[in-house]
Design a protein around this ligand. Structure first.
Ligand SMILES: Cc1cc2nc3c(=O)[nH]c(=O)nc-3n(C[C@H](O)[C@H](O)[C@H](O)COP(=O)(O)OP(=O)(O)OC[C@H]3O[C@@H](n4cnc5c(N)ncnc54)[C@H](O)[C@@H]3O)c2cc1C
Length: 513
């Protein structure tokens, strides 16, 4: 591995031209001449290329650059942030996502994921100015469970509302509190395991609902290892929000990348990963530029990355399917602050039918019987804004949106939005009379702006080790490597980058957030 303190990318056209020129002189005109013409003066060399400037890619880029490797982060979109980016529309700024930063642990909890990854990235945790959630809840037609960053609140709710299961719940909670984040194996079906322990289907539905919504790539259930991570990230450590939302977090990451000597290139997607003899050789960008590098870390997704490997990779990719879980998300601006209208929870995980639903909305383009309502104002320490904000997420499925012609597409978006408002009005004040502006994202929007096939927010169902592509120097990072959500993606990207930079042997699958 070539280690340099300087991080400037250098064009290789000079070397290539000299080599070709010598070949031409030594041999004959005809074989050498095409080589000279095909070498583009823009070809470059780097120690590492990172595909994608979402949280995993930015964290990986920082870690590689900090290790002294010349690193370039290639992003196809014109903005960074990936699935959690931001944009302006009609004079208003919208965040694509950010309901919550999970793993809201205090700085003193040095070993927990968020403080640890911020230390690794050399960004002070205080710079995020995190504000804790005021309180969230899961609402079913007959019963609700409140929870906050104080785990005791959830435990008390279970004691009062499910007294016959409360002892088993306390035992489960103790066991999980003592468990590390990265347990391996365990029961295949968390739902079955929880039913066996708690013996109450409704309680299992209620407890699983927020965890499914905030990280499960599979419908209605999840692997035990993922459940442990999500339980700890959401119920034990809790939700927080950087003051100002996702933009300050992304600013800190991009500044840190630059300070460490890394380069971020926007509107500069990767179309092909070059490899030969089982070793990564670099990438070809959308404009045809070749960046030669022995290390490529991809946050584009497993199937998407395999698809960049030429014929063999594409065959391999065809055998894998992209994950089924995708959503319709909307962001609404209200005439006045949401709490002043009676929205007093931070996040509400709703389910307007007797049993918990978390599955693609087949055959419909959306299903608002189950969803998430987030009120960003209901975090401590946020600046007051003239307009209130309300985020709603409902179930969807990608295929139903594909191929819709524009007017029908717009109609379905509007229908999904109205259904979301109506669903919220069943357990909270009706937001409709207070709406001043809104934007709606569908699976099609997600694919358009992040190149994630099928708009799969939580990636492939079966997570893979970072070396799953089986090509030395090519690493899968982020969601499909099993690191979900913003904090998970930061942890995963930083961890794999450290391994790659150290030239360590692949270690296999990591833990999620
Ligand atoms: C609406 C919404 C709300 C969310 N809210 C939250 C939340 O509140 N809290 C939370 O923790 N998580 C949330 N998430 C999930 C979170 O955003 C993701 O888990 C996280 O962004 C995954 O990070 P990543 O870096 O692995 O991938 P991504 O964020 O998807 O980043 C991948 C990047 O790679 C780029 N890319 C893809 N292909 C190429 C290519 N060929 N060349 C160059 N670039 C390429 C994409 O454009 C993208 O920028 C939300 C997701 C959505 C969709």
């Amino acid at each position: 591995m070539c280690r340099r303190k300087t991080t400037r990318l250098w064009p290789v056209w000079t070397v290539a031209w000299i080599t070709s020129h010598r070949t031409w002189r030594a041999k004959s005109w005809s074989p050498a001449r095409p080589q000279v013409l095909t070498v583009k003066p823009t070809d470059e060399r780097a120690d590492a290329v990172v595909i994608g400037a979402g949280p995993a890619g930015l964290a990986a880029g920082i870690r590689l650059a900090q290790a002294g490797l010349s690193t370039v982060v290639q992003e196809r979109h014109w903005l960074w942030g990936g699935l959690n980016s931001f944009y302006k529309l009609g004079g208003r700024t919208y965040d694509v996502g950010l309901h919550a930063l999970t793993n809201a642990a205090p700085k003193s909890a040095r070993k927990l994921p968020l403080p640890r990854v911020m230390r690794q990235l050399r960004i002070p945790l205080e710079a995020l100015e995190l504000g804790d959630q005021l309180g969230s809840c899961t609402v079913f037609p007959e019963v609700s469970l409140d929870f906050s960053n104080d785990f005791e609140q959830l435990a008390n709710e279970v004691r009062v509302k499910f007294p016959t299961s409360s002892e088993a719940f306390d035992e489960l909670a103790r066991e999980l509190a003592a468990s590390p984040h990265d347990v391996r194996g365990g029961p295949v079906s968390t739902r079955q395991e929880l039913l066996r322990r708690l013996r109450d289907e409704l309680l299992v539905d209620l407890l699983l609902h927020p965890l499914l919504w905030y990280g499960s790539p599979t419908p209605n259930d999840m692997a035990w290892s993922l459940f442990v991570v999500l339980w700890k990230s959401i119920y034990e450590e809790g939700f927080a929000r950087p003051r100002g939302g996702v933009r300050p977090l992304l600013k800190l990451l991009t500044r840190r990348l630059k300070a460490a000597g890394g380069t971020l290139r926007l509107r500069s997607g990767v179309q092909e990963v070059l490899h030969g003899n089982g070793q990564t050789e670099g990438v070809v960008l959308d404009d045809g530029t070749v960046v030669r590098a022995p290390l490529v870390l991809s946050s584009a997704g497993l199937v998407e990355t395999l698809g960049m490997l030429g014929d063999d990779g594409q065959q391999h990719a065809r055998k894998k399917s992209v994950g089924p879980m995708t959503f319709v998300e909307s962001c609404t601006h209200l005439k006045q602050s949401a709490p002043s209208l009676g929205f007093n929870k931070t996040i509400t995980f709703w389910n307007n039918s007797p049993r918990g639903i978390y599955a693609p909305s087949t055959p419909e383009p959306f299903d608002a019987r189950s969803g998430v309502l987030c009120i960003p104002e209901n975090y401590a320490g946020q600046d007051s804004e003239p307009e209130g904000i309300l985020r709603m997420t409902v179930l969807s499925q990608a295929a139903a949106w594909e191929g819709l012609e524009e007017s029908h597409y717009a109609m379905q978006k509007e229908a999904a939005y109205q259904a979301s408002l109506a669903a919220v009005a069943q357990f909270a004040p009706d937001p409709s009379p207070h709406v001043v502006a809104r934007d709606v994202f569908t699976p099609r929007t997600i694919t358009h702006f992040t190149s994630k096939l099928g708009g799969a927010v939580y990636g492939v169902s079966a997570k893979v080790p970072h070396d799953a592509a089986k090509i030395a120097g090519l690493h899968i990072i982020g969601t499909d490597n099993g690191f979900l959500g913003i904090v998970g993606a930061l942890v995963g990207g930083a961890g794999v980058a450290a391994l790659a930079a150290a030239g360590a042997q692949p270690q296999g699958q990591g833990a999620a957030p």
